[in-house]
Design a protein around this ligand. Sequence first.
Ligand SMILES: [Mn+2]
Length: 183
Amino acid sequence: MYDIIGDIHGRADELEALLLKLGYQRQGTVYKHPERKAIFVGDFIDGKGQHRKTVDICRSMVEQESALAVMGNHEFNAICYSIPDNTGDYLRHHNEKNIRDHAEFIAEFPFGSHRHQETIDWFKSLPLFVGHYWMDGNPGALSETVACVDYTVARPAGKLVAYRWSGEQKLEQNNFIWVDRHL
Ligand SMILES: [Mn+2]
């Protein structure tokens, strides 16, 4: 039994209030429910809030197996913002707009600090499910943690694709399940 929890964007106090309302209780450093698990759909960061507290709550729940989590576009952006390109900038450019967008997160996770890098590494470990790529061929992972689940069933010869996830951090080929588009 799962509780799907939407974009938190640093609102740790609201997250705690929601978990309590859902019947999770704090046990030591981690929120747990006797019968249920939470599924976080990503977007833990960016926005005015408490980023460190949010990441601590969600990460501890994932590590203690009281929650599953996938990557949101804001974590994807934070990863790209941390990776140098070959021009002296970063894959997500450090321009005025992006600096502003990431300011709240970077204020609590100073760029290049151990805490920052280690949190980026955790973001990288989260599976990312994407669509809108109109993939052809047989479904499979794009990397250990990235899967496109859009194989163009909206078009002739497309497939409708599921990934049957049991919480594993490395995606497995056998867990892609699909059907061909009917004529
Ligand atoms: Mn969002």
